[in-house]
Design a protein around this ligand. Sequence first.
Ligand SMILES: NC(=O)c1ccc[n+]([C@@H]2O[C@H](COP(=O)([O-])OP(=O)(O)OC[C@H]3O[C@@H](n4cnc5c(N)ncnc54)[C@H](OP(=O)(O)O)[C@@H]3O)[C@@H](O)[C@H]2O)c1
Length: 226
Amino acid sequence: MEKCAIITGSSSGLGLEMTKSLLFSGYTVFGGSRSGTDLEHDNFYDVELDITSEESVDEFFETVREFTDKVHLVINNAGICEMTSLSDTSTESFEMHLATNTVGPFLLFKGLESFIVPGETHVISILSTAAHYGYPNVSGYNASKFGQLGLIQSLKKEWKDYKIRFTNLFPGAIDTPLWDKVGMKASRDKMLKTSDFMAVFNFIVEAPANIQFPELTFLHKDGFLE
Ligand SMILES: NC(=O)c1ccc[n+]([C@@H]2O[C@H](COP(=O)([O-])OP(=O)(O)OC[C@H]3O[C@@H](n4cnc5c(N)ncnc54)[C@H](OP(=O)(O)O)[C@@H]3O)[C@@H](O)[C@H]2O)c1
């Protein structure tokens, strides 16, 4: 297989769109999610994955190993977001944000290491402006995305001898199914469209391999959603 990509959270929203785009660009894609997708393509492997479970992440990589031992592109995308005031946030909900958005990428990167192609693998993480910037009523999301950024910054230095690329994307709000689940009403007028996000994503994926984009923040022209 010439170009192999893995992507977490391929069943919905940005993950599903990125999967379709990578297939169109000729990648073989291993997509992981709990619910899967109807997407059918000869080069798409829809693999069951619960990113919060070490056993499930191990099984995901065992499936990938049946086909290849080289991963050229990694999209660290799976994530959850609930909006509630601190007093209404249960400990279970806060911990689930950490399990999905922080421990999940930790498990992903542990599993990934033996598939790295030195000098070539590109790791793209879909963080959020909430990895840098505090918003009200999303304490679990904010804490978990800040934590994910810390994890990546540490790993980038630890893995420097692999000479691989890390791209961290910090998008503002994007109109995806995530907003149907957050638990609070949000105006979609000041959100990016999925197609806006894809314009940036495709630019990053197609850019010459000697360019790195350590941090890219992008949001709707009318500013932050608060
Ligand atoms: N939409 C925005 O405004 C926005 C802005 C900035 C950043 N982001 C980030 O972009 C990423 C994608 O969000 P989206 O807007 O596309 O949301 P989405 O439509 O809700 O998709 C989330 C994806 O994550 C997967 N996921 C959630 N928990 C999982 C788990 N335990 N194991 C495996 N997969 C899991 C879901 O799959 P299953 O439920 O099938 O498991 C789904 O495919 C997230 O990291 C989010 O924080 C979104």
